[in-house]
Design a protein around this ligand. Sequence first.
Ligand code: AVJ
Length: 324
Amino acid sequence: ASGQATAFVELDEDGVDRAFRADVLEGLRQHQKAIPARWLYDDAGSELFEDITRVPEYYPTRAETEILTDRSAEFAEAIGPGRAVVEFGSGSSVKTPLLLRAIDPAAYVPLDIAGDFLRQAADALSKKFPGLPVHPVEADFMRAVDLPDAVASMPKLGFFPGSTIGNMVPRTAVDLLRSMRSTLGTNHAAPSMLLIGMDLVKDREVLKAAYDDAAGVTAEFNRNLARRINRELVGTIPVEELRHEARWNDKYARIEMHLEAQSDIRFDVSGQPFSMRRGETIHTENSHKFTRRSSYLLLSASGWSPVKRWLDSEKRFSLILAEA
Ligand code: AVJ
């Protein structure tokens, strides 16, 4: 389902996002229905994801924040001062300041496709770090990006927290990691570095609970995709007939989110008819989990040499520093 690049929003005559419609119609025609995970994150979906980070079962955000807080001296030592920090995705409110405080960077370059989020994040960051040059870049970071001239001569540190890489299938993840390497540069005199969050393989009940919390926030996050389709693509999906499922796929070491039909259903999307049998699902997200070896293999297959690896106190989540 997931692993696609974020596309620029293109509206047609009806004001409908054409890429959204194309992905949904194509995805619903497949034998295993599947919709790219990026469509989960409209305004409502982004807010629901923020809520997910606060449910007790969803540990990744807390675990990664713990590492960034407790190991700041080791980050300073391993990364050193004076780098331009290039964040792939506009800064998370909590994690980015923790990193910037730890390492004393020369500049901060948030990179995001969503201009509004980007400028908001850049403004908030500038207020917190008055002396730090901030250069937001509006771009699709799935491709190599030209960085601003102001940071051209600085050594770079890429920052990609949250285990967002886990939402991509390996070949898309490799494409992205290689693009990041091109974006940051491969100057042998001053090698670029990458600090990347990767969630770890663990007990499958712990994993399933993290993606199927008792309060039902993740279920709402998943069902919001069906609501969004109904809202934006003139859909008639009976959302209450779709049950949220978090499934462990052992072959690919990933949690999958699905929406499962509770009865035989028929519905329209943008004037096209679809049906689902009871038990049939729409696959809506992958969240790959890594071991030390699988994370190092993914990085090295993409041209990145692992340098150092940190875990939280409960060994649930990893932050890996790699060098180009
Ligand atoms: C922020 C995309 C990494 O996969 O853990 C959380 C998204 N989906 N609960 C993840 C998510 C369901 C999250 N990422």
